[in-house]
Structure formats: structure tokens, C-alpha cells
Design a protein. Structure first.
Length: 416
């Protein structure tokens, strides 16, 4: 009898999976349309001070800078949800063991503050690189099996923390921009890891919508490699990021590779200024490369600049470049029976000013780019969230308490 009961349970479980696979693409519990990322501030004390609750709580860090009136202003501007980055590293550090429960409770409190302002919230587990006194970051989680297991356990506990919240107001994103499977040899580690994270979260939160992604910085080209049938669950939203064209959106960012730091002054689009003016800007960038870049890299950087400019030097070329990620994801979603409302463009934006760099991107270019990206996302039926509230890409705040120019927020306010 016991054997028969076990066999019936096994068959029922298999039937459940088959039914889930046969009817993909059903609507998730959590719905969203227009959002903003509460960016990842990095003014925390070093990890050696994380044992001091006063140094790290409340959590996450935006709680020290924003209040509910600031959040309500975002609702009034036209946003319906916020994507709330939460740095997982303190949850993985031995330094916080004495008050780990308080960290989880503070995240929950932050969720309720956002909901109290009339906004939905996606709780985004947002790893950043290790460095300085910070011992745990993306590379450690991805490269060390023990640390990845700790991360899985953290996801399980965070899901449990959020499980009782209104599933129409709270969703849970298991990992931001996983840096894995970026190599050219076809390594395919992420699907199995994401399944483990999904299982941990779903075991603790049966009603919450879970937000899943592709590997390698959540690029569209990575998401289209994911087989969503491996996740037999219809309460899922799939996410991708796009900052194309990177040459224009990240100008002057010192952390974005060995080429972009030399690039400033390019307009959006390139055709928005006379060609003679564009040529002067390009000659300035070339001169900077020749005087500042390592000699062995100069020819390659100059050739790359010419190649990138040529790829977007007409409206038609730029349109094709910017449309490509959306077309890839739309085709992937249709092929897998995923409804467009279950896809979100979770990050896009244009840099305002790299910290410590005097160059400020003209606000009209940023506004034009954000308007164009919103138009693309909504034309495909995808929700979206701009990066970000403040910092280098800030559309509300800049640095040191200053406010960003209002142009991008004016675009948001003007949306029908």
C-alpha cells in the first residue's frame, strides 16, 4: 500500500510538471509597467565594520537618503513600481552573524515603505564586485561552490522573509546580471544554477512572482539561450537589460573597459549635430587615445572607435542596433509561449556623469535616449525600469546631494 501511494504521488508530480509545460506563458501574479531602479549606493563602510549594526542598518542603503515623500513623488511622476537593489554580500559575511535576522527584517520593512508609497516593488538581489575590504562579490559567488551554496541559502531565506507579502505588490529577483557563461567556448553553467536558485525561492515563497534572467550581464543574447520549459512555473517574469549603443550610453565611465574612458562628447543620436561638429569630437577622442592609451593598444582602440561609429552613423543603422535586443527577446518569447507582459527590460539608461569626471552628458541627449528606449519597450509590450534614481546614471539625484537635470523625468511625466 505504501509503495502504491508513493507511485501515485510520483505520477501526480510528473503530471503537474507536464501540465505546467503544456500551458506556458500564463500571466504572473505580479504585474508592472513603468519603473525606476533605486540604484546601488556604495557608501557603505568596509566589511570590517559590518559587525556594527549601527553602521549598516537600516538596509538597504537608500533608506538613509530617501523618505516616503520622495517615493510618493515617483508615484506621482508616473511610475508604478520600483526595482529595489539589495546587496547580498552582508548576508554572506561572517561579520553580520549577530544581527542577520535584523538585516532580513530591514529589507522587509523597506519593501513595506515602498508599498506604502503606492508603488509595487521588485526585490533585486544585486551583487557587485568584491574589492578593498569587501571579500565577497559576484566572482566569489560564481567561482566558489561553497559561497554559491551560501547564496542559495540566502535566496531561500529572503524568499521566506517576503513570502507573506501581497504577491500583487511584491516580486523577487534572484540575481542581477550573473557574470557567468560569458566565454566564447560555450560554457553553459547558468541554467542549472538558476534552477537551484529558483527551487530555493519557490520552496519558501509559493505565491510570489519570481524574476529570472539569462547569463552574462542579463543580455538579450543570453536570455534567448535559456529554455524556460526547464522552469515549470507560470508565475515567472523574465528580464533582460540593454544599454545599446554602449559607446554612447557609458561615455567616460572609468569602470567600463579600457576603451570607454577615452570617449566623451558624442551626441545622441550621432546625426543630431552637423557632421563637421561630430568630426571635431571624434578627432578629440582619437587624440586622447593617442596621448593616453598604452602604445600597444592604440591602433586597436582607434579601429574600434571607427567601427562603432560606422555601425550607427545613420538613423537606419542606429534603429537596427537598438531594436536588435527587443527583436531577439520578442522572437524568443513567442517561440516559448511567453506573453509580452511577462517580460521586462529591467535596466537601461544613459550616463549623466562619472563620479570624479568633470564631463556631464547634456540632458537633452539623455532624455532623447530614454524616450526612444521606452518607446521600443512599450511597442513590444514589455514593462521597463530606468537605471537609476541617483548616482552616475541618476535621473532624479546626481552626486553630493545635487539634483539631476529634469529632462528625463519630464519625459516620464509626459507619457500617456
Amino acid at each position: 500500500m505504501a509503495l502504491l501511494t508513493a507511485m501515485i504521488k510520483s505520477l501526480m508530480a510528473a503530471l503537474f510538471v507536464l501540465v505546467a509545460l503544456a500551458f506556458p506563458g500564463q500571466a504572473a501574479t505580479f504585474t508592472m509597467k513603468r519603473g525606476l531602479n533605486l540604484d546601488q549606493w556604495v557608501t557603505w563602510p568596509g566589511e570590517d565594520q559590518w559587525g556594527d549594526a549601527k553602521a549598516i542598518l537600516p538596509y538597504p542603503e537608500w533608506r538613509r537618503f530617501l523618505n516616503q515623500d520622495d517615493l510618493k513623488a515617483l508615484k506621482e511622476a508616473g511610475f508604478d513600481f520600483l526595482r529595489m537593489p539589495v546587496d547580498p554580500s552582508p548576508f554572506l559575511s561572517d561579520q553580520t552573524m549577530a544581527f542577520r535576522d535584523d538585516l532580513y527584517a530591514s529589507v522587509l520593512d523597506s519593501v513595506r515603505i515602498v508599498n506604502g508609497a503606492g508603488l509595487k516593488v521588485v526585490v533585486d538581489m544585486h551583487l557587485i564586485p568584491a574589492g578593498g575590504s569587501r571579500k565577497i562579490g559576484m566572482a566569489q559567488v560564481m567561482d566558489d561552490p561553497r559561497t554559491f551554496d551560501l547564496y542559495v541559502d540566502m535566496v531561500r531565506k529572503m524568499a521566506r522573509t517576503l513570502a507573506a507579502e501581497d504577491p500583487e505588490k511584491v516580486a523577487f529577483e534572484l540575481m542581477n546580471e550573473p557574470i557567468v557563461d560569458c566565454d566564447s567556448d560555450g560554457t553553459n553553467l547558468w541554467p542549472d544554477r538558476q534552477r537551484k536558485l529558483f527551487a530555493a525561492a519557490r520552496s519558501s515563497a509559493t505565491k510570489l512572482t519570481l524574476v529570472l534572467t539569462g547569463a552574462c550581464y542579463s543580455a538579450a543574447s543570453s536570455l534567448e539561450k535559456i529554455d524556460p520549459r526547464a522552469i515549470p512555473d507560470d508565475n515567472v517574469i523574465w528580464t533582460f537589460h540593454s544599454y545599446d549603443p554602449f559607446l554612447l550610453t557609458h561615455q567616460g565611465a572609468t569602470w567600463a573597459g579600457d576603451f570607454i574612458p577615452y570617449v566623451t562628447g558624442l551626441p545622441y543620436p550621432l546625426t543630431s549635430v552637423p557632421k563637421t561638429q561630430l568630426d571635431v569630437t571624434l578627432d578629440t577622442i582619437r587624440a586622447r587615445i593617442k596621448s593616453e592609451a598604452p602604445w600597444t593598444r592604440q591602433s586597436g582602440l582607434l579601429a574600434y572607435l571607427d567601427e562603432q561609429v560606422a555601425s550607427m552613423d545613420s538613423p537606419e543603422k542606429l534603429l537596427g542596433l537598438m531594436d536588435a535586443p527587443f527583436e531577439k527577446i520578442e522572437a524568443w518569447a513567442k517561440a516559448n509561449g511567453i506573453k509580452s507582459e511577462n517580460v521586462t527590460l529591467a535596466e537601461f539608461g544613459m550616463i549623466r556623469q562619472e563620479y570624479g569626471n568633470a564631463y556631464v552628458m547634456p540632458a537633452r541627449y539623455r532624455a532623447a535616449y530614454v524616450r526612444d528606449m521606452i518607446g521600443r519597450a512599450e511597442a513590444h509590450g514589455f514593462s521597463w525600469s530606468v537605471w537609476s534614481y541617483g548616482g552616475a546614471f541618476g535621473i532624479v539625484d546626481a552626486f553630493n546631494g545635487d539634483k539631476a537635470e529634469p529632462d528625463v523625468m519630464d519625459v516620464i511625466r509626459s507619457l500617456p
